[in-house]
Design a protein around this ligand. Structure first.
Ligand code: ATP
Ligand code: MG
Length: 248
């Protein structure tokens, strides 16, 4: 099992978008995938299903209850643990022993690939997701603060590993909302490659209204626009991740 969390300290960088599209892409490529929504906003859950259509035992909050949850099957190879606002109670009362529980339960489930969508910032739920994963993928938007955000995340991970004895490794960075012809996008791509090494630059996803439509229509980019550049970009990001962490 490989567990990958999508995390960034800044909001709106594309954590949910990448989790949704990559989980769907890998599932349709024949891998057995579990997507877990660790964000009480429930955006990932909404991307897969209409609100309130998830059975009680398929909510992420079960991961904190010492009972094995029952992920909900959304398509042939894809299962979901979803969230809603009730999960936020773990942001208020989550202490370290509780925050390690999801890791154990996730590892007991029979999946090849587990993708975690995390809330923005260093919240207890973000830490629970980080404790549960092997790798982090960090989406950034092309802003002057993108690199500073990555550095802060790395510093936070170092501190976490010093305190808890365990922290995931950053697998790489995706530059989302890219406008490739602009200087700021080019500069951010160059800075990421310089900071993280070439192989940790996992690719770009262009800025396009079609990306917003994927969630609205509950169809990932490779289904909604199979011949598009966006669909190709998702595939390239998937392949870059596969080269680093998957055997086939
Ligand atoms: N490449 C893109 N082009 C256009 N819109 C995008 C793109 N990527 C994401 N968006 C839109 O930007 C918004 C934020 O994206 P998303 O929800 O994936 O980010 P997030 O990091 O999960 O945000 P949050 O911090 O709220 O969890 C959404 O409305 C999404 O549809
Ligand atoms: Mg999100």
């Amino acid at each position: 099992m490989v567990v990958i969390a999508f995390a960034s300290l800044k909001g709106g960088t594309g954590k949910t978008t990448l989790t949704y599209n990559l989980a769907s892409f890998w599932a349709d490529s024949g891998r057995k995938v579990l997507a877990v929504d660790f964000d009480p906003q429930g955006n990932l859950t909404f991307a897969f299903l209409p609100p309130e259509s998830l059975p009680e035992e398929a909510y992420t909050r079960w991961l904190f209850s010492r009972k094995s949850p029952q992920p909900f099957q959304v398509s042939e190879n894809l299962w979901l643990l979803g969230s809603d606002n009730k999960l936020s109670s773990w942001d208020m009362r989550g202490t370290s022993p509780d925050l390690f529980l999801p890791s154990q339960l996730i590892r007991s489930l029979p999946f090849e690939l587990v993708l975690l969508d995390t809330p923005t910032g260093w919240r207890p739920l973000t830490r629970a997701a980080i404790f549960s994963c092997d790798y982090l993928v960090v989406p950034v938007d092309p802003s002057p603060f993108a690199v500073a955000g990555i550095v802060q995340l790395v510093e936070g991970l170092v501190e976490l590993s010093e305190r808890q004895g365990k922290a995931a490794e950053i697998l790489g960075v995706v530059v989302n909302l890219a406008e490739e012809h602009t200087r700021i996008t080019q500069k951010v791509i160059a800075s990421v490659k310089q900071l993280m090494s070439e192989e940790r630059f996992l690719g770009v996803l262009s800025k396009s209204v079609r990306v917003k439509e994927t969630v609205l229509e509950r169809k990932p980019l490779h289904v909604l626009a199979p011949q598009s550049k966006l669909s190709q970009q998702i595939e390239e990001i998937a392949k870059a991740i596969e080269r680093r962490v998957m055997r086939r």
